[in-house]
Design a protein around this ligand. Sequence first.
Ligand code: SAM
Length: 311
Amino acid sequence: MSDEQTAAAGTGPSPLTLLGAAEIRRLAAELDLRPTKTLGQNFVHDANTVRRIADAAGIGPGDHVLEVGPGLGSLTLALLERAGRVTAVEIDPRLAGLLPRTVAEHAPDRAADLTVIEADALRVARADIDGEPVALVANLPYNVAVPVLLHLLAELPSLRTVLVMVQAEVADRLAAPPGSRTYGAPSAKAAWYGRTKRAGAVGRSVFWPVPGVDSALVSLHRHDVPMGGERAAVFAVIDGAFAQRRKTLRSALSGWAGSAPRAEAVLRTAGVDPSLRGEMLDIGAFVAIAAAADEVPGDADPADDPAGSAG
Ligand code: SAM
């Protein structure tokens, strides 16, 4: 429903209103809030931007949405305009405390569909959330964006789609294909969960305070058929391969495999050229390497080696 339609409804449902710049300042002043960089507190004060994010997320009335870092509630209201339910996880107690009142004032008919959890999103567990959110939509705190994203994808298998605003470089990294300059561990790990895509840039002027970096949207659609492999095992290979980015896989994975010769044997078993660098491998190759490690015996302990002990 458009704003005009909502207003025209008159005696019908109470209109949902979004937050503008003046309202953001008023709420911040009420809390005597000094936004901190540590918590990545840059609040969106532009209704078009939050509507654009909610639209890009493709959410509808049947959806339970998880938001991380609702802040003063700009995006929360745009999510409530479309979704069936929103669970919002906010670390700052002042912001978590104020949000239900803001939603009661701006979206009185939807206040019952909001649950606020005051917590660090990096520590949120499945049991902390009532129900099974299907979408993560958030303007993420920038310094913990990737760990928060990966933690929630691991913890909440119900999440099918993600649409998050992050620092532009992080969006590039998450969506980078193998072989590109920005492809790295975050890209490969995100690709294990689903298909990632850059979903547009966001200007600095829509935030208060104005951030020192550019922002962008990135989407992820979880694979219908999981990539396979055990997550911890696959991610250990990815971490090993990218810890020394400029080295060949044979050398970079020697610590992970126990030795360079075993790394080479595992790579050959997986059908991967040991002279390549990690940045050339797609997620399927990392899964294959993790699986091949189970087939290649570990190097014998020198103490068990009769020749070694004789020498
Ligand atoms: N969603 C709001 C908006 O778009 O205006 C605020 C976004 S602001 C970039 C990030 C928010 O995340 C802040 O409200 C901050 O307090 C919160 N935050 C920071 N670290 C967090 C964490 N580890 N867990 C949950 N919330 C966090």
